[in-house]
Design a protein around this ligand. Structure first.
Ligand SMILES: Nc1ncnc2c1ncn2[C@@H]1O[C@H](COP(=O)(O)OP(=O)(O)OP(=O)(O)O)[C@@H](O)[C@H]1O
Length: 279
């Protein structure tokens, strides 16, 4: 699935600086999804453990990106899209009518396939952009600290600390993606969703992002869609293998510990997929 633009957010309401985030578990229960009359997922359930990296794998069109977008209420941006089921963040349903959309998007951030920094904004402004959108006010010195800590966690600080006022669009592709990660972190999400975050990057930038992900998992739960089996094996703790066949919506065929899924898959279709025999 190609990158979507950042979702629109409601007008600013909060004036508090973001509170420190704690690790959170994300649980999808019986998720079924449609685009118009086309059903693309059928009762998919998956627990994504706090502080772990979960990789969603499977051939093109089996519903991985749709599932990922359901996890932070982006699916509902598509006019024909519908869904059934629940998404629980630490036990609370993000689709509860009493919950605000902005809170779900703030707690569950998204990094897209194609880096999408605001090209004319400075590196510093890019990192702080999410705060503006969520209406968060901070002291200037706190902002400087936040920029440094997010760029450090994003694995970019040393490369940009002397040019924070340069435009974000002037960075390399890999640097731009790390800037987008830093931007996501600035609102202190509890979960970070990553939709093929390295597919537009060279192998060196990919490895830097993978190292960044592993570091980040200590403070944020990560869910990544990837077509790269080596990447799933390198970074994830658990994998979920999605599959859809002609006329049949996507389901999870098998999920569990990544090493077990790669070395001793229980389903022959998983074995064929992880060994590159299809997809
Ligand atoms: N905006 C949309 N409108 C209509 N159908 C869509 C839309 N987005 C996705 N679909 C359909 O939903 C199904 C699942 O697509 P999705 O992008 O979730 O799969 P995927 O596993 O992420 O694929 P890929 O690995 O190629 O990105 C496909 O049949 C796709 O054509």
């Amino acid at each position: 699935m190609t990158a979507l633009p950042p979702p629109p957010l409601p007008a600013p309401t909060s004036v508090d600086a973001p509170a420190p985030a704690s690790l959170a578990e994300l649980e999808a229960r019986e998720i079924t999804a449609w685009f118009g009359s086309h059903q693309v997922l059928d009762r998919v359930s998956l627990t994504m453990p706090a502080g772990g990296i979960t990789a969603l794998i499977g051939p093109s069109g089996c519903g991985k990106s749709t599932f990922l977008r359901i996890l932070n209420r982006m699916h509902e941006l598509v006019p024909s899209a519908k869904l059934a089921g629940e998404v629980l963040l630490d036990g609370e349903d993000i689709y509860d009518p009493g919950k605000r959309l902005i809170d779900a998007r703030r707690a569950i951030g998204m990094v897209f396939q194609k880096p999408n920094p605001f090209p004319a904004m400075s590196i510093r402004e890019n990192v702080l952009a999410g705060l503006k959108l969520t209406g968060t006010k901070m002291r200037k010195s706190d902002k400087a600290d936040l920029v440094e800590s997010c760029l450090t966690k994003g694995g970019l600080w040393n490369e940009v600390k002397d040019r924070l006022d340069a435009p974000g669009g002037g960075l390399s592709g890999g640097q731009q993606q790390r800037l987008c990660i830093a931007r996501s972190l600035a609102v202190r999400p509890r979960v970070l969703l990553m939709d093929e975050p390295c597919s537009a990057l060279d192998p060196t930038s990919t490895r830097v992002i993978e190292e960044t992900m592993v570091e980040l998992a200590q403070e944020v739960t990560i869910v990544i869609v990837t077509h790269n089996m080596q990447q799933a094996a390198r970074v994830s703790d658990q994998c979920a293998f999605f599959l859809a066949s002609h006329r049949t919506p996507g389901v999870i065929v098998e999920h569990g510990d990544t090493r077990a899924m790669f070395e001793n898959p229980q389903d022959s279709r998983t074995a064929d997929y992880v060994n590159g025999r299809f997809g």
